[in-house]
Design a binder for this molecule. Structure first.
Ligand SMILES: CC(C)(COP(=O)(O)OP(=O)(O)OC[C@H]1O[C@@H](n2cnc3c(N)ncnc32)[C@H](O)[C@@H]1OP(=O)(O)O)[C@@H](O)C(=O)NCCC(=O)NCCS
Length: 155
């Protein structure tokens, strides 16, 4: 990952004014992306941690985590198309994990499309394992697609 002073990535709170830019990346990245309203709902800091990763003024990625009791649910984690494969996905996942550990979260959960081999590889190589499958969970262009439910146990 680039790390000189001008290319050092930094996290910022996701805010309503940058949602148009987030939505562009979202629609480039997912077969069926989130709506603006879903992102708006996730700006509620009592329930969610929603952050964007920027290099200077450019959004290179973002994530949304829901806090439920002693669990983190990763609802969205995404890297902008021009920045894929440079370690920013793993970096975001590591930051989420560190945040969870520092707040005594017991486990991190997520759902991933069965066909999303890149994300599944990232999660598996980070210690996540499959704890269940949800049939037809995701909308897809040609119907529905299964989700794999994955867990990382922390304590
Ligand atoms: C999944 C995603 C976040 C990964 O981000 P990324 O920055 O490209 O990934 P990284 O560069 O950090 O790579 C992390 C791991 O992913 C896997 N990976 C990354 N690119 C890959 C590719 N082209 N082919 C296969 N595996 C790949 C590798 O296991 C890699 O680890 P390694 O470099 O140690 O081998 C990114 O592909 C993305 O935003 N996809 C669209 C949105 C999405 O599907 N989000 C996940 C929803 S569950």
């Amino acid at each position: 990952m680039p790390s000189s002073a001008s290319t050092n990535p930094r996290f910022y709170l996701m805010t309503e004014d940058i949602l148009p830019n987030v939505l562009i990346i979202e629609n480039q990245s997912y077969p069926v992306g989130w709506s603006e309203q879903i992102f708006k709902d996730c700006l509620d800091e009592k329930q969610y941690i929603s952050q964007v990763l920027k290099i200077n003024e450019t959004i290179v990625g973002y994530y949304v985590v829901q806090k439920i009791l002693d669990e983190y649910h990763i609802l969205n984690i995404c890297v902008a198309p021009d920045y894929l494969g440079k370690g920013f996905g793993r970096f975001q996942l590591e930051v989420i994990q560190k945040s969870a550990e520092s707040t005594f979260i017991n486990r991190i959960l997520l759902e991933v499309r069965a066909s999303n081999k890149v994300a599944r590889k990232l999660y598996t190589s980070s210690g996540f394992h499959i704890i269940g499958k949800r049939k037809g969970y995701y909308p897809a262009h040609d119907g529905r697609e299964d989700a794999h439910v994955m867990e990382l146990a922390l304590f």
